[in-house]
Every structure is written in C-alpha cells, then in structure tokens.
Write a protein that binds this ligand. Sequence first.
Ligand code: PHE
Length: 455
Amino acid sequence: MSASNTQFTSKIGLIAATVGSAVGLGNIWRFPAEAQAGGGAAFLLVYVLCVIVLGIPCMLAEFSLGRQGGTDAIGAFARVQPRQKGWRWAGALSVVTAFLISVFYMVVAGWTLEYLWQSLSGGLFEPQDGLAPGYDLFVAKERQYVASGFRPLCFTLLMAVVNMGILLGGVRKGIERLSNLLMPLLFVLLIIFSIVSLTLPDAGEGLRFFFSPDFGKITPRVILSALGQAFFSLSLGMGILVTYAAYYPPQTRLARTATTVSVLDMLVAVLMGVIIFPAITSFGLSDHGIEGTTLVFVTLPEVFLRLPATWLWSSLFFLLLSIAALTSTVSILEVSVRTLQDRLHLSRRRAVMSVMVPIFVLSGICALSFGPLAHVEIAGRNIFNFLDFLTAEIMLPVSAICICLFVGWFVPDGMLKRQLTNDGTLRSYVAGAALFIIRWVAPLLIFLVLISPLL
Ligand code: PHE
C-alpha cells in the first residue's frame, strides 16, 4: 500500500469522511425519537447548546490527540505520553467499544439494506395474510424482516461484505472516495425530503412542535439525554475521530474542521426533524409510534403510502438510511483495522480480514437476537440490546471521560494549543476555552450522564 493511501487528500474529502462517520442512524432515527420524548423544540435547543459548548471541544481533544499521535487509537496515547503507560488502556477501551458497537450496528445497517431492497422490489407494500398496506401490514413485515432468522442474517452479512470491500480499498481509495460520492447524495436526498414534507397540508403544526420551545419542558433528564445524543451523534468516545485525525494532513485547521463537521451533523438532525414532524402530524400519525424501529419501519412507510409514487419515496428514503449507515460502519471498523495495522504490523489486507472475520461471526449471531436467539439473554436483555446498553450507556461515556482527562491534564504542556494553531502558524481564539471545557466541564457532565440511570 502506498504511503499516500494513509492520508485524506483533499479538504472536502476529509470533511466528507468525518461527516460521514458522524451522520448515522443516530441522527436519522434516534434524534427524532429523542426530540419527541424531550418535548420537541426544548430538546433541540439543549441539544444544539450541548454540541457547541461540549461537543466541539471534545472533538478538538480527539482530533489533536489523533493528529499528534499519527497512529491508531491505542498508539496515540502511548506516543503522546510515553512515560505513562497506563493510558494506553484508555485507548484500548475506545477500540473495544468501537468494535462492540460495530457488531450490533452492522445488524441495523443490514436492516436498512433489506428495506432498501424491499422498497425497490415492491415487497414492502405487497399485501400479505389478508392485510392490505397499512399499519398492521408494516408491523407484520417488520417482524419478518427484523425478527426472522434467515433474512436479517443474510442482509447483515451482505452489509459486512460491502464494508470489507471499502476497507480493503484503504483510506484514500476506499473511505475518502466513498464519502465524496455518497455524502453529497445524502444531502440532496435530505433536501428533497424536506421540501416534500414542508409542502404537505398542515405542515406548520409539526414545525411548531419542533421549533417553538416550551422552556418548562427542559428538565435535568432532557438535558442529560440531549448530551448523550450529542456525544453519540458526533461519534465521540469511539476512537473514530482519533483514528481519522491521524489521516489529516498537517495543514488541516482542526478548529474549523470540528465546527464544520458539527454544524453539518446538527443540520442533518434538524432536517430530519423538519421531515418527520410535519409528515406525521399532517397525516395524523403522531400516535403511531416514533420510537426507534417503529418510526422508520412502520410509521414512515405509512407516510409513503399516502404520497403519490410511494415506491420512489420509500426507495429514496431507505437509500438515504443505507448511506448514513454505511459511512458510519466503515469509520467505526477503521478504528480496529488501523489498530491491528499499527500494533501488530499487519498489512492492510490482513488487518481488514482479521477484523471482518470476527464481525461476520459476531454480527451474524447478533442478527438472530430478535429471532431464533431471542431467548438468549445477558443481564436481562437479548444479545443486541445488551451490546447497545453496554456500549452506549457505560463504555462510551467512560471512554469519553478518559480522553478528556488525558488531553486536559496529562499530555505534554501546550499540545492542544499547538495542534489548534498548527504549530503556531495560525491564531486560535478558542484554545483556552476549549482546554477549560476539556479539563473541567466535559468530564463532570459526562460523568453525570453515566450515573444518570442511578439518579
Ligand atoms: N455518529 C454516529 C451516528 O449518529 C455514531 C456511530 C458512528 C455509530 C459509527 C456507529 C458507527 O449514528
């Protein structure tokens, strides 16, 4: 592999790849559900504040650690601070977290691919067991596509094969090229859907829910869930940004990149709100469920059914979802691939295969969590839900706290500032404030998120 294949080549390419990682199912289906539960506009407001005040500084911590280290997420800790060997465990935690997330995220990505296929082939809207297209049919289809044994397994494996192909292409020819192609398409699709949604009858009612805040709804719980959502959505604490920043050229302006990525990521979440809330209020579907899979697999197909060219809208939407899922899965797998390449000195090809073989097996098992393996429970949850809980609620916050503490207190003096100013060649107005947040505010607030289920 040529050396140049380990660096992003263009500014647009590196932004597209990083935004591609950040924009995932977290924005598209977790955000609207969280926003609905948190009172719409009230949640949105807190979320935006969390991204700006905490998310961007934490992203800068990961970027500077990654670029300073110039290697994988474990090696970055070791290289930046060779005297304190214990910190590499923090790196190891982020790599393990990333790997476990990829195990179950691949399954969700597989569902999106199946729905894309079923939309294109028309299967999703085909009557079955005497049920005409509508709520009951979509619930039945969801059970079939998500909870049967064979189908989810096939599509999960298919998604893993696609990921493998891209990862084998390397950073520039695989990841960057894919992102350059798909991210503009994703934004075009979002804009088309926003226009469709805004022109529906009574769109205003849904928009009011989403945009006019009722400050009384801002409770500590809403604040903590907005913070958790902001961190997940920006791909923080997973080693992804540390890994990607190692591929940034020295002249990349980290503060500008973090701001652009965060704003685009927020924009996608906001556009999803603009799409979903008018659509469901306009068709009187607000009480049909906006929680997780129900929103995407039942309520939205009901919306498409009420639009002319149902097939087209459904296909385009699941294409959007598959793109979002793919650019995220690739980024999270890259964390493990890079780690094997740099820690064990494996070739790219070997590293990719060493990550993908366990993924085929473990994601394959996980794909059966709602079907044949539904009875297998860990801590009262099926395999899929257990992995989701373990990573999102425990490992991610711990890993994010470790990165903040490391960059805030333990790296050589002035590292953050040097990274933000590209070794003094730029002016940085934010380094001081960012350091303060990374040292004090972020670890404390993330700790609150971590213990919030106990409160
Ligand atoms: N930011 C991603 C999202 O919103 C989080 C993620 C990235 C999850 C990569 C898995 C893999 O979905």
